[in-house]
Design a binder for this molecule. Structure first.
Ligand SMILES: C[S@@+](CC[C@H](N)C(=O)[O-])C[C@H]1O[C@@H](n2cnc3c(N)ncnc32)[C@H](O)[C@@H]1O
Length: 246
């Protein structure tokens, strides 16, 4: 089974994410992009397109790319006109250069190893204009894993005509941080179960930062959360890289 593509869980993805955090995060991304007069944006690993509507509202010309047909089907429901590409972020070829390429909420780490991450960064560079902007929103694994290894969380959400019970189990295995998602959808006396696994490659920040510089990216700032703030290894849950192609 192909992992990290939310094949069965895609219709429930937006229900379990914290929509208030996503709204604030979209505002933060929009503010960063505006600072550099960005117009055209490509979002890699766009998933269900949670950032599309807020960024479109702020007048960005946004396009999305994802490998998962199920996630893109959800994204298409948000807009009939946004250009969507069903492609792998490490190998995609689009005959166009963008002002900015963004890859949010750990999508980059769905790639199984550092070689493919390097290939993707080179590919991003090829599709960016001179002085183009790249934003990578990644986790701060050293904090997340220390705090949440072997954690199990359970939530119940109301959905149209029933409920969704969602259990998430997170654990570290070798160089992977694994999130197993078990869902049960109950509608009347019918119930349906699904399971999906998202595997994040546990990257070395030092190795990534060295590679970014070698590839010609200037790291302008590392923020500590999806909504901004300074990065601090002890307290920050995220590493959000704001980079410029030199
Ligand atoms: C954690 S989700 C994040 C989705 C979205 N960025 C968000 O913030 O809601 C990761 C996404 O990466 C996509 N993905 C995984 N591997 C990929 C690949 N090789 N190329 C493109 N997309 C990929 C998955 O299908 C999924 O939609």
């Amino acid at each position: 089974m192909r992992k990290s593509l939310y094949i069965k869980s895609a219709p429930y993805y937006d229900i379990v994410v914290d929509s208030k955090v996503i709204a604030k995060s979209a505002k933060f991304i929009s503010k960063l992009l505006s600072r550099f007069n960005v117009k055209s944006v490509l979002e890699l690993g766009c998933g269900t397109g949670l950032y599309f509507i807020p960024l479109k509202k702020d007048k960005f010309d946004i396009e999305g790319l994802d490998l998962s047909q199920s996630m893109l089907k959800e994204a298409r429901k948000k807009s009939k006109t946004i250009k969507l590409y069903k492609k792998d972020m490490s190998t995609f070829k689009i005959n166009k250069k963008y002002d900015a390429i963004i890859c949010l909420n750990s999508s980059l780490l769905a790639l199984p190893n550092f070689q493919l991450i390097k290939k993707t960064i080179k590919n991003i560079s090829k599709h960016l204009k001179e002085e183009g902007i790249m934003i990578l929103c990644l986790p701060n694994h050293s904090k997340e894993i220390k705090e949440s290894n072997n954690e199990r969380s359970e939530e119940t959400h109301k959905i149209t005509g029933g409920i969704l019970k969602s259990i998430c189990f997170s654990h570290k295995k070798g160089n992977k941080w694994i999130e197993e998602w078990h869902g049960t959808v109950k509608k009347g006396n019918k119930s349906y179960k699904f399971k999906d696994v998202f595997e994040e490659f546990i990257f070395s920040p030092k190795e990534l930062e060295t590679f970014l510089k070698i590839t010609g990216f200037e790291i302008l700032k590392i923020y500590g959360s999806r909504t901004g703030g300074n990065f601090n290894n002890k307290n920050s849950y995220r590493r959000v890289y704001l980079c410029k192609k030199q």
